[in-house]
Design a protein around this ligand. Sequence first.
Ligand code: 13P
Length: 127
Amino acid sequence: MVRVALIAHDEEKAEIIDLARSYEDLLSTFELVGTGTTGKRIMEETGLTVERKQSGPIGGDLMIGAEVAEDKLDGIVFLRDPLTAQAHEPDITALLRICDVHDIPLATTRSSAEFLLDGLARRTDAD
Ligand SMILES: O=C(CO)COP(=O)(O)O
């Protein structure tokens, strides 16, 4: 089964919930994992189930990164706030880097996330 991580910074939470609603039918066919607060909000505001890791600032990004290192993930939607400095920036950088190392697709904006999910939908069709 396709396994996807969903992560959003606070300023992007409304955007990822809107994205999750728009793609709910597709996402309901995926295994979903997310950082703590993002996962909680998506479960509260959609019908989706998300396996929740720690909140990003206390290690959640690194836990998602560990799944990448273990080749467990097919893609990541990570809607980053480009205008606010994050205390856990080193963890965010580590996650982006490990996605590059393992060539795991990672989308950091709404439009690129739509491309990523549309691409994973085609992969599901082909399976
Ligand atoms: O900080 C985050 C990603 O860097 C997201 O964490 P939360 O989903 O727990 O808010």
